[in-house]
Design a protein around this ligand. Structure first.
Ligand code: PEP
Ligand code: MG
Length: 581
């Protein structure tokens, strides 16, 4: 048994056989060769190297013809790398002396080579690492170890163990078979984490190198509550986790009794409790768990989960489905938040050194009107079917908000002129996700119809911590006093101007932090569907006075750790059922 510690990003426990993906996410057959298979295996490798060489040479010729010799040289360099005598000798050694399969040897050697280049912290060499991984992929393809598309042909339940999983890969995991996952990289606020929560897949990320320890099919426990991953558990550990799974199921059954009860404190202060979704089908769970509406619909997942770029009609169908299935409850559609760790079909920006500070979100939409306009049209068209609001992400300046709102008006005019059914008088709000917006909030509230604080990005930009970077995960805390002060200011300004305010970052999905936010004066939270009933349970277990005392005490503390310890204590006192043991 081996126990590993990582970052818990999606709660729950999953037990099952491992499916190991290598650095780029391919399956690695790790079987050892019998002595009489070695020669044939080496011949297979030679054949793969020849086929890749031919491909690279033809890439070089074609690219040189179309884009000039300089560009074609990229493939000449790859060809040189592929034939590097040290690389070839190492592959040969692993097959002949260690009896590794050709695919396994390729995947290990090239992965290590790419990692070594990346670690040199030199952007030019890091780019070469991508070339190495490209060669790896092509060799593995020729060896029959990977198909071009990944994870499509599962036929049994698995736990995915991978170096990295992108948000779109996570979104495309086959829920019939994938029970949970753990990755070597990744941070607590990345979108992979958010998708995992949305799919209710127990997940642990940022574990560091561990894939070398594992082979396919060994039993794995993913403990998404505590960030633990247990490889090959002993019978005692297995039994205790099976018991926990049972306890969780009975807590879920108990919580489901709260579905139709109001989210209010024991002395009657109401909280509007909405849900965050990434996919239309999630509305079923939202209704089952008594959501008051959709407080955040992350529409970019329409892009990330489909093979082709969605059309206006695809947008319209998705939004209409959501608003219809929510049966009159309010739905807040957040416009595309692509960029940074959420990339779509086409490269929307040139290479960026700091993509989280780059052309992402509303900035990207405003510069790609052929992308943005169809979405805005679809939102206004779908609004005839129910209570729809629209909000713009990552608003930093007043000019951005004005530009986006103006575009919405232009689109409404177009729809009117062409006689297309739509509704133009929908509320228009903004997400508060950067400190600049908080500082200028007194101006924004004069123009917006509502505010929604995105604490995931607000924490990232306030603390200067990349939300998906495991190396600084300990610093990424939405309970940091600096973030709390910004939230307090938002609540104050919104109240002064009578502007509706909600919080839709992951922070509100934590029952203890939800009590704090309630105490700070927030009356609308939007949380992942998996957290609706837990948050409702917490709110129904306290008085508003207790929440206010919590907030008063917390605002005197100086560090996120102190805040979280104090909040955990209070949760243990008021709602012990929700403390995970
Ligand atoms: C946020 O930043 O808090 C938020 C809700 O948006 P996202 O997580 O999609 O960036
Ligand atoms: Mg955000």
């Amino acid at each position: 048994m081996v126990e590993l510690q990582g970052i818990p990003v999606s709660p729950g426990v999953a037990i099952g056989p491992a499916l190991v993906l290598d650095a780029a996410g391919y399956r690695i057959p790790r079987s050892l060769l019998a002595a009489d298979e070695v020669e044939a295996e080496f011949a297979r490798l030679r054949d793969a190297v020849d086929r890749v060489s031919t491909r690279l040479e033809s890439n070089r010729l074609e690219t040189s013809a179309v884009a000039g010799e300089h560009t074609g040289d990229i493939f000449a360099a790859q060809l040189q790398m592929l034939h590097d005598p040290r690389l070839q000798a190492e592959l040969r050694r692993r097959i002949e002396q260690e009896h590794q399969s050709a695919a396994y040897a390729v995947s290990r050697v090239l992965h290590n080579y790419a990692e070594a280049l990346r670690k040199l912290d030199n952007p030019l060499l890091a780019d070469r690492a991508e070339d190495v991984l490209d060669i790896e992929k092509q060799l593995l393809f020729c060896l029959g170890a990977v198909s071009e598309s990944r994870l499509v042909d599962l036929d049994e339940t698995v736990i995915i163990l991978s170096h990295v999983l992108t948000p779109s890969e996570t979104a495309n995991l086959d829920r019939r078979y994938v029970r949970g996952f753990c990755t070597e990289t990744g941070g607590p606020g990345g979108h992979t984490a958010i998708v995992a929560k949305g799919l209710e897949l127990p997940a642990v990320v940022g574990i560091g190198n561990f894939l070398d320890l594992v082979g396919n099919r060994i039993k794995v426990i993913v403990d998404g509550d505590r960030g633990r991953v247990i490889l090959d558990p002993d019978p005692e550990t297995l039994a205790s986790y099976k018991k926990r799974l049972k306890e969780r199921r009975s807590l879920t059954a108990k919580l489901s009794e709260l579905r139709d009860l109001p989210a209010e404190t024991i002395d009657g202060t109401p909280l509007r409790l909405s849900a965050n979704i990434e996919f239309p089908h999630e509305t079923t769970t939202c209704i089952e768990r008594g959501a008051d509406g959709i407080g955040l619909y992350r529409t970019e997942f329409l892009y990330l989960s489909s093979a082709e770029e969605p059309s206006e009609e695809d947008h319209y169908q998705a939004y209409s489905q959501v608003v219809r299935e929510m049966e009159g409850r309010p739905v807040v559609i957040r416009t595309l938040d692509l960029g940074a760790d959420k990339m779509g079909h086409r490269p929307l920006a040139e290479y960026e050194h700091n993509p989280f500070l780059g052309l992402r979100s509303i900035r990207l939409s405003l510069r790609n009107l052929d992308l943005f306009r169809p979405q805005l049209r679809a939102i206004l068209r779908a609004a005839v079917h129910g209570d729809i609001s629209v909000m713009f992400p990552l608003i930093t300046t007043l000019a951005e908000f004005r530009q986006a709102r103006m575009l919405l008006n232009v689109v409404a005019e177009d729809l009117k002129e062409s006689g297309t059914p739509h509704r133009s008088n929908i509320p228009v709000g903004m997400m508060v996700e950067v400190p600049a917006a908080v500082m200028m909030l007194d101006r924004f509230v004069e123009e917006v119809d509502f505010l929604s604080i995105g604490t995931n990005d607000l924490a990232q930009y306030t603390l200067a911590v990349d939300r998906s970077n495991e190396y600084v995960a300990d610093l990424y805390q939405s309970s940091d006093p600096a973030v709390l002060r910004l939230i307090a200011r938002c609540v104050e300004v919104a109240k002064e101007h009578d502007c509706p305010l909600s919080i839709c970052g992951e922070m509100s999905s934590n029952p203890a932090r939800a009590l704090l936010l309630m105490g700070m004066g927030v009356r609308h939270l939007s949380v992942p569907p998996s957290s609706l009933l837990r948050v409702k349970k917490a709110i129904r277990s306290v008085s508003i006075g207790q929440c206010e005392q919590i907030a008063e005490r917390v605002m005197q503390l100086e560090a996120a750790r102190d805040v979280d310890l104090y909040l955990l204590d209070r949760l243990g006192e008021y709602v012990p059922e929700l403390i995970v043991t």
